[in-house]
Design a protein. Structure first.
Length: 414
């Protein structure tokens, strides 16, 4: 019996060594439950995106509350159900090896810029519904509100395209030939537009390498205000309520009023900020160059905690924050204190979603193997931007005690 236990121990150690060796050499294999359990994680699913393994690589991976989208360098785009991993569709967007930007989604469409074309794809089945030819080389992913799609350009222009006009021309079979008719307006800045615009349907806000943030009216591009910094703005903007948060390479992180440009607070990072800040549950995760990760209170700009050697945000759950370190390990941190619970070797999965919309972790290898992880026991997801989309959790009360009816006593009975 003792010999059998010893042999089992040696076998377990050998299996652990094989797993560690595979990850150390960069082989893409899903982490096992034994690797995840000590970190308070569990695997939801893993799946393979449609990809030409001989020459193709994953370029982007994005997700919303419902789907995960994998975009390959060839233009092959694969869509999975975010909770089950079921492959929903795949399709080609653009020509092979065209440059592309991360896609975005709304309730009905996947919107993607590939090469010089904006694509509208049916979110449910992957059909290309329409395509619009762009007037110049894009520099950002699209963004959208109910009436327009906005795309930044390398020449410093911000373009707005009319969705109603796009649908009209599509129904008349006039796209992409009459794409110029879909342009609602253009606003020109003095530098490359660096990140997708933010729109609330009334105002559109975007940043430029000319060191300025611009807010214009959504319908007529009238300038509302211009906020100037001392260095280029090279990262994405984030927003909450009536506040816009922007990182400048002058080592300052600003919170400003989206209606008038007044500064609410600013945070000095100590080094240039070139990684996109992330906003989840009124916490901002800021990653200055070689400065580690700061967790900042979005309401007052105060530092909640800081962890060195972390360089990218991945996701946040009820208990944890997940981040990448300098060696591409997945760090699991206590959400309240930032104290590490542990690290998971995940160098084989370098493509990671910066998930600010739910508590799920999505990662992909260059060859298209996608894995989804979650905090242990969290079968139902938490949604941050649109909490109303969360599935209704059934209320299960304690079972009523079963009462066995007793036979009535009869006269003379016992």
């Amino acid at each position: 019996m003792v010999r059998g236990l010893a042999a089992g121990g040696y076998m377990l150690a050998a299996l652990l060594c094989v797993e560690a060796s595979a990850f150390a050499q960069g082989f893409a294999a899903p982490p096992t439950m034994r690797m995840l359990a000590p970190l308070g994680l569990e695997r939801m699913w893993w799946a393979q995106a449609t990809i030409d393994a001989t020459r193709d690589k994953v370029r982007h991976i994005v997700a919303d509350e419902e789907i995960v989208i994998v975009q390959a360098t060839s233009g092959l785009t694969t869509c999975f159900d975010a909770e089950t991993g079921k492959k929903l569709w795949d399709t080609y967007l653009g020509r092979q090896d065209d440059p592309s930007f991360p896609a975005i989604t709304n309730d009905d469409y996947v919107l993607a810029v590939v090469g010089m074309t904006l694509y509208g794809v049916n979110k449910r089945n992957g059909d290309i519904v329409w395509q619009v030819s762009l007037p110049t080389h894009p520099s950002t992913s699209p963004s959208a509100d109910q009436e327009r799609v906005y795309i930044g350009a390398l020449d410093g222009s911000m373009y707005a395209f009319n969705l109603r006009k796009i649908r009209e021309l599509y129904n008349e079979n006039l796209l992409p030939q009459w794409s110029h008719e879909t342009q609602a307006w253009r606003y020109k800045t003095a530098g490359e537009v660096t990140a997708p615009a933010i729109s609330d349907g009334v105002r559109v806000t975007f940043a430029s390498m000319d060191k300025s943030l611009y807010t214009v009216t959504a319908d007529r591009r009238k300038l509302v205000f211009q906020f100037e910094t001392d260095a280029p703005i090279a990262t994405a903007l984030v927003h909450m309520d009536n506040w816009v948060y922007l990182a400048s390479q002058d080592q300052n992180f600003y919170c400003i009023n989206s209606q008038n440009g007044q500064i609410r607070w600013h945070f000095i990072s100590g080094s240039p900020i070139r990684t996109n800040p992330m906003l989840v549950n009124r916490r901002i995760y800021l990653m200055p160059e070689r400065g580690g990760m700061f967790c900042i209170d979005a309401d007052n700009g105060r530092e909640v905690w800081k962890r060195p050697k972390l360089n990218d945000f991945v996701a946040s759950s009820k208990s944890f924050v997940f981040a990448s370190d300098e060696s591409q390990n997945l760090a699991v941190l206590d959400r309240g204190t930032g104290v590490p619970r542990g690290y998971l070797a995940m160098r084989a999965f370098p493509r990671r979603i910066h998930n600010t919309r739910s508590d799920r972790i999505f990662m992909a290898s260059d060859s298209g193997l996608v894995i989804a992880l979650r905090e242990r026991g969290r079968e139902f997801p938490d949604y941050y931007e649109f909490p109303e989309k969360r599935p209704i959790v059934p209320l299960i009360g304690p079972e009523e005690p079963v009462v066995t009816p007793q036979p009535e006593a009869t006269e003379g009975g016992t």
